[in-house]
Design a binder for this molecule. Sequence first.
Ligand code: HPA
Length: 265
Amino acid sequence: MNAGATFQAFTRSGKRGERLMATVALIAGAGAGLYPLGDVSEVEEPETRWGWPSAALLTWQQAGHRVVYLARHGALGDIPPHLVNYRANIAALAACEVDSVIALNGVGAIRPDLAPGSLIIPDQLVDYTWGRPHTVFDAEREEVEYIDFTEPYDKDLRSDLIEAGRSASLQLTAGATYGVTQGPRLETAAEIDRLERDGCDVVGMTSMPEAALARECGLSYASCCIVMNAAAGRGDGSIHAEIGAHMDAGMQAAASLFAEFLQRL
Ligand code: HPA
């Protein structure tokens, strides 16, 4: 928490009290056109040791908190998952002293009960990406921190998101394993079968190395997955048509979840 800023608010018991103002980062994926969700008061693009973030960081106030928004795929959505500068993105957010990071990730469903348009707060991941700069410890003779990644997503932040989803009556699944593939191509049916045997429930291309870099930088980080489609070999029609059909509803649900999360913070 940024301990400095407070504001007056009614507590749940109805008493007027001081609420801490938090700074929450929102990393949005595909369909980022829905954002920003407030009046932007600051636009900054900090250069980091690893270069520039995908886009300018936009800041707005929402529910008494400060939101710092970053479009992972760039302002025009033209940076594919394997070319995102994840290190610059996370370093830029760390420089803004954010208290927590919520990442939106579009995914395909491997499990048949995970409906397109619904949300998932994953608790585990399997990393199938390769060749992406994946650590901030990239200099020789620098002290390396071997981060504990047993739980890749922050437990408390996940709980807060799950409670917010329940409070807002959203269709949300608490807990799933996210298989992170390299892309940009989608998977073969046999690859999806293999991911299922590995224990993956959903497949997407963006949670790694982002989640690990956030941990290396000491940021509390959780993912909100938006189910866009049935994974390769698991649906009836075209994957692209399905993504097009469910993207807007999924992004609206994610925006509602985020708004409720901030209200309850
Ligand atoms: N595979 C990988 N990434 C994705 C998918 C998928 O089916 N859907 C949305 N992002």
